[in-house]
Design a protein around this ligand. Sequence first.
Ligand SMILES: *Cc1c(COP(=O)(O)O)cnc(C)c1O
Length: 530
Amino acid sequence: MNKPTNKMNNVGRPSAPNITETHTDHPTFTGNKALQINEPLLFEVGSVEQTGVDIAAPRDVSANRLGGLDRDEEIGLYGLSEPQTMRHYVRLSQKNFAIDSGMYPLGSCTMKHNPRINEKIARLPGLADIHPLQPQQTVRGAIEVIENLADWLMKLTGMAAVAMSPKAGAHGELCGMMAIEAALRARGEATKRTKVLIPESAHGTNPATAVFVGYQVQTIKTRDDGTVDPATIREALSDEVAAIMLTNPNTCGLFERDIMEIADAVHEAGAYFYCDGANFNAIMGRARPGDLGVDAMHINLHKTFSTPHGGGGPGAGPVVLSEALAKFAPVPFVHRNADDNIVSLVEHKQGTQAFGRMTAFHGQMGMNTRALAYILSHGQDGIKQAAEDAVLNANYVKAKLKDVLTPSFEEQSPGFKRPAMHEALFQDDFLKDTGITTLDFAKAMIDEGFHPMTMYFPLVVHGAMLIEPTESESKDTLDQFIATMRDLAKSAQNGETERFLNAPFHAPMRRLDETLAARKPILKWTPNAD
Ligand SMILES: *Cc1c(COP(=O)(O)O)cnc(C)c1O
């Protein structure tokens, strides 16, 4: 597997930020590389004079009702002919890396295959073509889809209620923490309990949510083996603590084995247990958070239940709630008639004390449909197998790479040689003294046609590389990924820094200044700007 490295040595090493140069032994006249076509912005290729459609000049048949608000300038839209337009967008789409084009081992994100049956069902006109403002009696079937999914989510988690409307994991966290705050308010303890305990391995959305709701975050140190010690929690608990936010399986891909002891301690102290359920895909069908003492947990439908996501694409974060929090769930509620048939969604329901509403309408309907299709097509046994296969695949990757990369928490917990859950976590010790960083390593993976794993998260290990293969990758794909990672690791240790420091060589865009792009985003195109 040394071939790519030799080839690389023949390549003239261009300066990193040069994005127009074609990095090939055979420069082309157009700058394109066969099917890799450099596509400029629509504003650069199109023109305002050009359009793909002919619209007849309006005949003066009706009175002008614009009340003086008529546009008095050209609209300035850039146009192309129809085939040019189509090619423009298809070429742009080909620059996307997607789960449909290759393995996407981005840890924590659960980039799993979306079975096409989900798309088929979500596109049924009776579901795809409805509108939230339609009369409710015309959308009872859609309400029933939401209800059926809600029922499955409560069964899979062993919880008493579920709020279906939150639109992502982070939004679900907000919903769960608002339910907790409402419960504390009902007990008259909302002003006294001002702190939320969050382990240092947590996803950044956890502290962000707690602060957004008005809490003070108290960071909890994790043990050397990557998990949370119930003794540390007990020490931190007091009558000022509103809740703990704990991820299980946690972001190091480890099951928090003391979760029940932690839950008991939290409840004894009068606080609530928020569980970040983003990693539910590792335990669904095997363990129920309700049995573990959880009070509120979001489920990322776009992760666990396979809806395609990324690039800002849709999310959905239903929140399951325990008996203690159920009555504070946000509106709306499903109203059934005397025959138990679904009639409508309503704002009030006897015995509830909703804290409010999370979103207009009912959340992400298309995602509800896909998640239900995924659950029904897998069935109870299939759901369980998906979780088991996700864990198996992660452990396979870990076992096959642990001699060349540095697995996290292996040394620190020799007494607990526990398998990982659905993710394999490595750190950058194997790159020590090579002059190559985790980032350089990830960029070289792009040249090899792999989307990089998650880097530098979780923060508790140095130079983290978090790999989540999911259950949907075949053994062949995993073997190819493993062979590539081994080849890269060996190449790094052999001092072949060339392959890493200016990588990627073959991507249409090379090293971009991601920090500058995030800090100073330029979202508007200006002609002839530098
Ligand atoms: C993805 C994720 C979140 C946030 O979920 P979004 O749907 O992206 O808002 C929170 N916690 C963990 C552990 C996650 O992996």
